[in-house]
Design a protein around this ligand. Structure first.
Ligand code: PLP
Length: 344
């Protein structure tokens, strides 16, 4: 890592997914957040939360940054912490891809694994991190990506303007999934400020309640689980709420794991792009938005949140997929036809 690695966060390229663009007659772009120095979109939030914590005086020298995370925010924070001379404690559920453990440890952070339990359980990773910070307030500084609006700010100040400038202001559709919602809220608020015509779609994995909440203000999961990591949630958190307060989300899609696995394999085979699981979900949502508006030469943007290397043991592992009944899939032709007729 170099001394200026914090400056290397952001300014990521936009890459056209040629195969899906040609199939649907629009331009589907990936914002390549996997190229951030910590390998994911969460580097942006990590940097902004820490810099704001230093500036507002809550994060003092000698403190340990602590965070509850599905992994990527932990990796980003570990990198930023090491760069700025802080210690880092990552609290993470034990069902995440092991690849992320190595990244966290590589940046010198301490890693505490907790059981993967529902949010209502006091041992949930978020409650565990918060409790540890509350019990030792002199020692720990809780980054709190779900509630800390520096997360939203990072995307409003950087991700949104970058996309807008990269497409010379012609951003027709933004589609993306949400974990904390910092990405969709910050980016959509900026893009809608610049152009109210930009359409924004939330893409939700199986088991998440956001899709149902947006359509009926009811937190209902479809009862399934998803192999995606870092996205989907069953409660309203302040970062996501910024999108609701500003009415920036026009619609939402539920995307099944089966479809995202097909799209991941299709893009790998045709475009040589190895998407991570949330990126495959995002791409699937962008493709659906594209098929609903077939042949209009629209610019549709979604996020390459982290690379497939971070989830090789799951998304690209035949044995694992078989355990989840994800080995018998629809063809791309079936998905294309289905996406073309269904609405959000
Ligand atoms: C791989 C990946 N994609 C997407 C997200 C969601 O981003 P956000 O928290 O900004 O909603 C996360 C969050 O941790 C993530 O790890």
């Amino acid at each position: 890592m170099t001394a200026d690695s914090l400056d290397k966060i952001g300014n990521t390229p936009l890459v056209l997914i040629k195969s899906l663009s040609e199939l649907s007659g629009n331009n589907i772009y990936l914002k390549c957040e996997n190229l951030n120095p910590g390998g994911s979109i969460k580097d942006r939030a990590a940097k902004q939360m820490v810099l704001d914590g230093i500036e507002n005086g809550t994060l003092k020298k000698e403190m340990t940054i602590i965070e509850g995370t599905a992994g990527n925010t932990g990796i980003g924070l570990a990198m930023v912490a090491r760069e700025l001379g802080y210690k880092m404690m990552v609290v993470m559920p034990d069902d995440q891809a092991k690849e992320k453990d190595y990244e966290i440890l590589k940046f010198g952070a301490e890693l505490k694994k907790v059981p993967a339990v529902p949010f209502t359980n006091p041992n949930h990773f978020f409650h565990t991190a918060r409790r540890m910070a509350e019990e030792e307030p002199e020692k720990y500084w809780f980054a709190n990506q779900f509630e800390n609006l520096s997360n939203f700010k990072a995307h409003y100040d950087t991700t949104g303007p970058e996309i807008y400038n990269q497409l010379d202001g012609k951003v027709d559709v933004l589609s993306c999934a949400a974990g904390t919602g910092g990405t969709i809220a910050g980016t959509s608020c900026y893009l809608k400020k610049m152009n109210k015509q930009t359409k924004v779609y939330l893409v939700d994995p199986d088991g998440s309640g956001l899709h149902s909440y947006l359509s009926s203000t009811d937190w209902k999961s479809n009862g399934l689980t998803s192999i995606t990591e870092g996205v989907g949630i069953m409660r309203l958190v302040p970062n996501f709420n910024q999108a609701l307060l500003n009415s920036t989300i026009d619609g939402s899609f539920n995307i099944s794991d089966k479809d995202l696995v097909t799209i991941a394999n299709y893009v790998r085979a045709n475009d040589n792009i190895l998407l991570g699981s949330s990126s495959a979900l995002n791409t699937c949502g962008a493709f659906k938005a594209s098929m609903m508006n077939k042949g209009q030469n629209l610019n549709i943007v979604t996020f390459f949140c982290d690379a497939g290397e971070r989830t090789l043991s799951k998304l690209y592992n035949k044995e694992f997929l078989e355990t989840k009944n994800l080995h018998v899939l629809d063809s791309i032709e079936q998905i294309t036809e289905r996406f073309g007729v269904t609405k959000e």
